[in-house]
Design a binder for this molecule. Structure first.
Ligand code: TYD
Ligand code: MG
Length: 591
């Protein structure tokens, strides 16, 4: 009885799953002109055991059998062949055929979303890029075909520059370090840059320009990148002019040859620079290679493109591939390449991570909009330190060095001026450079404006110093409106400036001008104690060189400092703020 019931149940199940009800819709999906032929070729499910899965599968497999002759089709991949084999051996495995593998694999266009900010690639759209978190930067890129999928960046770059470049000798082998360094003159290896501007750039690069290096120069539009690179090109050309070979090729995709020529005239450049206007990277590399120069300048990476790469110039993929092509060009030909890159609104070079990772040196040019000063900073340097900073000034005849960079942010005051009340000098460091910065404070009692205003100083830091002065030094600042300002529009982030902020507040509150030629170095703790800061010796030596007369520093610095060169500078060592007030705001110090 039980067996009978089971048979009935199975029979019902089979009937429910019978292909007869499914076939019409399936066939309609695959309906072709050769319906008759397909019927002839198709297995006859009804004549077979309808209860078996293989019968269903055969029904679904039928469209695959209806495909045109194999010879007329593209050769299937290994993977496809394997699958076919599997199907033959084990028909049940072809259940995967339910997702219609025949059509899935062929002619598929892979859709990708590429972040235009950082180059991150995803298989789906994101409102904000998962890598750099910037919103609205994911752009769809449909054009990456299956064939292109296997063409990595380096392959494309090789295609672009590989056909005519000198090929690697098959005899090349790994060498011992001593073999590499034998007969190698490190001093003559680098290309020196002469003149005061040349010295500044040379120091920044780690002691001259390295042959075959790729240097990226980034900065805001209009800050002076093209001007700087034209001046560098002129310096290299001057250095190499005796050899007869064309020393530098300057390629611009942004300006016409006449525009570059006019600029060169304005800068007084008479060196033998070759100018070329092109945006096709293959073309410009080919033309440059024929000239065999010492250096190549490409202005800018956002304007050049590779024909083999999808996307317009400036897109992340183009920027990446063009940089890869230039890198390979530099390494293979030993020609130094300078690359100009514009920064995005957030202050990064377009595709920043990709580019910074690929190039040897990254220099950033910074500067305030209305200030003539420009800072050229080494953010990455494979051939030197990243601590270096070049301070330049934009003049009528291009960029020039600043004679006394340490004092460039100071204003000149007359010693009898009232303005000295509430003014203190801080000594801060940027890389290996020392800068003197003016801090101004204005404490005003009975003021209708009760709030505090801070420019260039973090509010938390200023409030902390104010409270420490009240609690630990007994200053009654609570009924005063307080204004703090760092001159020249600078922002002070270094803790070494804490003591100067406190001194400026004391000076204004006590209406006691700080003696001229006095500077303050030190961090302030919550107990009012003075704490040490890095490179205090370098800061004090700068003050001594500039003719300062007094410098207030933390007591711990006493052990580190010698007396050499400090004969004219009185160094006052203090433990806390009370000692500072007693040492500086004394009657005999009053002007
Ligand atoms: P430029 O080098 O074109 O900037 P970038 O390449 O970064 O976009 O510099 C343009 C600015 O520099 C422009 O505002 C004019 C100024 N400038 C001078 O002040 N003096 C000069 O001798 C030169 C060539 C430019
Ligand atoms: Mg420019």
């Amino acid at each position: 009885m039980r067996r009978l019931l089971r048979t009935i149940l199975i029979a019902q199940k089979v009937e429910l799953r019978s292909p007869i009800g499914i076939i019409p819709s399936s066939i309609s999906l695959y309906s072709t002109d050769s319906a008759e032929a397909s019927e002839a070729e198709a297995p006859k499910p009804t004549t077979q055991s309808v209860g078996s899965w293989s019968t269903y599968v055969n029904v679904y497999d039928r469209p695959v059998a209806q495909q045109p002759e194999p010879s007329a089709q593209a050769k299937p991949s290994d993977e496809d062949e394997d699958e076919d084999e599997d199907e033959d051996k084990n028909p049940s495995s072809s259940r995967r055929g339910l997702s219609f593998t025949a059509t899935r694999r062929k002619g598929k266009v892979k859709t990708q979303w590429v972040c235009q900010h950082c180059g991150y690639t995803a298989g789906q759209w994101w409102g904000a890029c998962p890598a750099c978190k910037v919103a609205g930067t994911m752009i769809q890129n449909n054009d990456t075909t299956a064939a292109d999928k296997h063409r990595g960046g380096l392959v494309v770059a090789e295609d672009a520059v590989g056909t005519w470049l000198p090929q690697r000798s098959p005899e090349l082998r790994p060498l011992k370090l001593v073999e590499v360094n034998r007969g190698f003159d490190l001093e003559k290896w680098r290309i020196p840059l002469f003149g005061s501007l040349g010295n500044e750039i040379s120091t920044l690069l780690g002691g001259g320009l390295v042959p075959g290096s790729l240097t990226l120069v980034g900065g805001d539009p209009g800050i002076g990148k093209s001007t700087l690179l034209l001046q560098i090109a002129a310096m290299i050309a001057k250095e190499c002019s005796d050899g007869g070979a064309p020393p530098v090729v300057y390629v611009s995709g942004e300006e016409s040859l006449q525009q570059i020529g006019t600029r060169a005239d304005r800068l007084g450049i008479q060196s033998n620079i070759y100018l070329y206007s092109s945006t096709d990277i293959e073309d410009l590399l080919m033309k440059t290679h024929r000239l065999s120069p010492r250096a190549l300048v490409v202005d800018s990476i956002q304007t050049v493109y590779l024909k083999t790469v999808v996307g317009s110039a400036g897109a992340v993929t183009q920027v990446r591939e063009c940089t890869a092509a230039l890198m390979r060009f530099a390494k293979t030909t030993n020609i130094s390449v300078f690359l100009i890159g514009h920064v995005t609104k957030s202050g990064d070079i377009a595709g920043p991570r990709v580019l910074e990772h690929m190039v040897d040196v990254v220099l950033y040019m910074e500067g305030e909009k209305y200030s003539p000063y420009r800072m050229l900073r080494a953010v990455k340097n494979r051939f030197g330190s990243t601590d270096e900073l070049a301070v330049l000034e934009m003049s009528q005849s291009g960029l020039q060095t600043v004679s006394n960079a340490s004092e460039m942010f100071l204003t000149q005051h007359h010693s009898d001026s009232n303005v000295l009340t509430g003014l203190a000098i801080a000594v801060i460091m940027d890389g290996t450079r020392t800068f003197l910065i003016e801090i101004q404070a204005l404490c005003f009692s009975k003021c209708s404006v009760s709030s505090s205003v801070y420019n260039g100083i973090e509010a938390n830091k200023a409030n902390m110093i104010k409270c420490v002065l009240m609690k630990q030094a007994g200053l009654l600042l609570q009924e005063n409106a307080m204004f703090l300002n760092v001159v020249s529009g600078l922002t002070m982030t270094e803790t070494a400036g804490d003591l100067a902020i406190a001194a400026a507040i004391c000076s204004s509150f006590l209406e006691f001008p700080i003696p001229e030629g006095t500077a303050f170095i030190g961090e302030i703790g919550l107990g009012g104690e003075l704490r040490m800061v890095p490179r205090i010796d370098k800061r004090i030596n700068t003050l001594a060189k500039l003719g300062y007369r007094m410098c207030v520093v933390p007591k711990q610095a006493e052990k580190l400092l010698g007396t050499e060169g400090l004969e004219k500078l009185k160094v006052v060592y203090c433990n806390d703020l009370k000692e500072v007030i007693n040492a500086v705001f004394r009657r005999d110090n009053r002007c």
